[in-house]
Design a protein around this ligand. Sequence first.
Ligand code: AMP
Length: 468
Amino acid sequence: MPKNKQTAKTPDLPKVKKSELRSITGMRDILPQDQKYWQLLRDAAENMANIYGYGRLDTPILEPTDLFVRGVGKQTDIVEKEMFSFVDQGGDNLSLRPEATASVVRSYIEHGMLNKPQPVKFFYMGPMFRHEKPQAGRYRQLWQIGFESIGESNPAMDAQIILVAYNILKEAHLDSIIQVNSIGCSDCRKKYKDELVAYYKPQVKMLCNSCKTRINKNPLRLLDCKDDDCQQLKDEAPQIVDYLCDDCKNHFMKVVEYLDELDLPYVLNPWIVRGLDYYSKTIFEYWDSDDVEGKNALGGGGRYDGLVKLLGGREETHACGVALGMDRIVSKMREKEIEVKEIYQPQIFIAQLGESAKRKAMSLFEKMRQQGHYRLSQAFYKDSLRAQLDMANKTKADITLIIGQKEINDKTIIVRDMESGVQEIVNFDKIEDDLKKRLSRIEKEKSSKFFEAENDEKENKTIQGGQN
Ligand code: AMP
């Protein structure tokens, strides 16, 4: 430490305004206390991936810009307006990934996965970046969970992808309605686009400004514009189902039959088109049951049979996938006050008073941790017993073990039941037997309380049902 404070200053550093030290617009921190919601989603996704056989794939966050220009489509909103792109020191054009399907396909091609038994099934989780106008439910760094299956054309694959994402929403206690549509293959779509343009052209003046340009560039997007006038015009617009070829129609019917068989809540929605160019045949979105207009879809996906070839794959390769928006799912869970258990719920807090007790407590903690039978917590950096008991209360531990100088001398330990506040002195050598009995009694009490609460809730529902 320099003696003269003035010499310790760093005079070259420019003054930074407080406001400059904030996170970038549309990007945010996900704080420790919020992680339990995210962890629930991560666990649900991993669980589904294991059960249905999707292997985790982590692709880089930076990719060549060209991957998205070719994959997502030059005239999509994402590529036209929303990518964070730059030229790096080596002169390469790079972009922060706005979505992950194009990256997954690049990886599939790059690693020659065409030669593996098909389909190859992937899942991913991570941040995507889109320079969208920040508003509720729209971030510039958004988090997605995705499932992709490459190398399978069977409609049962579409149904499985739809099911897996639906199940994750269910695990998050959200009731979603699946919106399903088919946009056919490129042949059906061409005919349909011509019809759409013919329908909209005479009424172009009534369209919003964005749709006036969409009519030539990307007419399908006219259908999912949320502007009131555009919505009204859409009602009379031709519907894609009437333009599907036999193959696309049969494929779609099969998907729908599987959804029926799985008893999934879906509606056929001829107006969803999805904003990315690579889709073909089945497309779908998940809308929360409260979100009747689909303003904040929780996820979406579909088939993309042409993408592998488009990105340099040797052969026509069928594929389909889904992406769930983690930010929106978490905010829906919070809005609905869905209870989520803490990521780590300690059973035993170990407290100490005095220097030698602290050392004894530390080694006891390590010994018990290594045994792996208990969920433990501590605050050995605190000297005050009151502060430690406050911590034990905050963490909602069931039991606190207290060691002081007297306990060291007597070879005992104090066991405090945190609910009743009752303390007992237990022989240090007998502590493990004592804890086993106590914890099993506490677990039993908790589960009987849980069932009582569940029964009360059922009874309440029956009474309310009877009153209706
Ligand atoms: P997409 O990749 O556009 O098909 O989006 C899939 C899902 O990601 C959407 O249904 C949303 O739940 C979520 N999502 C897309 N864009 C954003 C955004 N800017 N902010 C938050 N979530 C988003």
